[in-house]
Design a protein around this ligand. Structure first.
Ligand code: SF4
Length: 335
């Protein structure tokens, strides 16, 4: 991982303007992504992680709209780009892969045809050269006998192979940033492990930065360098994987960690689900998004949205407990 920042999301706000009112899906989200790093975006469904990435890619469907903020990619604000300008960036410089590979594949064209088409849409090269690139990429993602497999239709591939083909397609234009939205959720555990190994390998070989969206903390531990925890459309905590797992600093993250089994703990572990349900984003709480479920909630939590406080240089937590004036003794109760 290098110190070169390739993406800066600043004060991003995205809402859906429905007939029931404004659903505030992403609220004042800011983070940076550096070259060659893998960042996990974790949270329950509805936490805003996918919408944040759809906003970055400008793939939001009506009635979704970016209300505020900047998405600076290589010095330019993507929020101000036209659809035509974004089409050049999508796939070429930033690629996105989704949970269901079938949605990204056309069932009536062979895998080879689709790959060649994607490559030629972004690179000025001959059909023959594009075929060579496709072949090389399918080989790189571990598709056996790629020359023969290029002639197959998507339904002739297994689920794991289809996801590999999608990753090959996404990486064939050598994007600088890959956004992967739960790409392994629908796969069985063995294939999931293979895809994670593949992504790790590709990051090392191609130095691609990856944003990996998941609700699975095990996947985060396995793959990522850094984690951003989202809840109620906001970033609640941001830290390195080691710091987040060993010293979580936000009551929501602590609850999340207690609610999933830890494979490193051999003794019987009691799992404690977080009581209550996520906030209604049509009417989000006035104060902290987690206040109705937080066992440490104080009066101020109901009234004021906490800032994302810097706990250490590379560890941030959105919680009033980390206000510089909050007494240390209160924080200690949480840990
Ligand atoms: Fe809990 Fe208050 Fe911190 Fe929110 S701000 S996580 S409610 S202690």
């Amino acid at each position: 991982m290098k110190n070169e920042k390739i993406l800066k999301v600043k004060g991003l706000e995205t809402s859906f303007f429905t007939h029931l009112g404004e659903v505030k899906a992403v609220r004042n989200v800011s983070f940076d992504i550096y070259k060659g790093e893998v960042v996990g975006l974790v949270g329950e469904s509805g936490s805003g992680k996918s919408i944040t990435c759809m906003s970055i890619m400008k793939l939001l469907q009506h009635p979704g709209k970016i209300k505020n903020g900047e998405v600076i990619f290589k010095g330019e604000d993507l929020v101000t780009k036209s659809s035509k300008e974004m089409r050049k960036i999508q796939g070429d410089e930033i690629s996105m892969i989704f949970q269901d590979p079938m949605t990204a594949l056309n069932p009536v064209y062979t895998i080879g045809n689709q790959m060649v088409e994607v490559i030629r849409a972004h690179k000025k090269i001959s059909k023959k050269e594009a075929e060579q690139t496709a072949l090389k990429m399918l080989e790189a993602v571990g598709i056996p006998d790629p020359a023969k497999r290029m002639k197959n239709y998507p339904n002739e591939f297994s689920g794991g192979m289809r996801q590999r083909a999608i990753i090959a397609m996404a990486l064939s234009c050598e994007p600088e940033l890959l956004i992967a939205d739960e790409p392994t959720t629908a796969l069985d555990v063995t294939i999931q492990a293979q895809i994670l190994d593949l992504l790790k390998d590709l990051r090392t070989k191609l130095d691609t930065s990856i944003i990996f969206i998941t609700h699975d903390l095990g996947v985060i531990a396995e793959l990522c360098d850094r984690v951003i925890v989202m809840y109620g459309g906001m970033v609640m905590e941001e830290a390195s994987v080691i710091d987040l797992f060993s010293e979580p600093k936000n009551p929501y993250t602590i609850g999340l960690l207690k609610s999933v089994p830890n494979p490193d703990i051999l003794i019987k572990q009691k799992l404690i689900p977080i009581p209550g349900s996520p906030p209604d984003m049509l009417n989000p709480p006035k104060g902290c998004a987690f206040c109705k479920r937080c066992e440490y909630a104080m009066e101020i939590c109901l009234e004021e949205v906490p800032e994302l406080y810097e706990v250490t240089k590379r560890h941030k937590s959105r919680c009033h407990l980390y206000h510089p004036d909050a007494p240390e003794v209160v924080r200690k109760q949480v840990m």
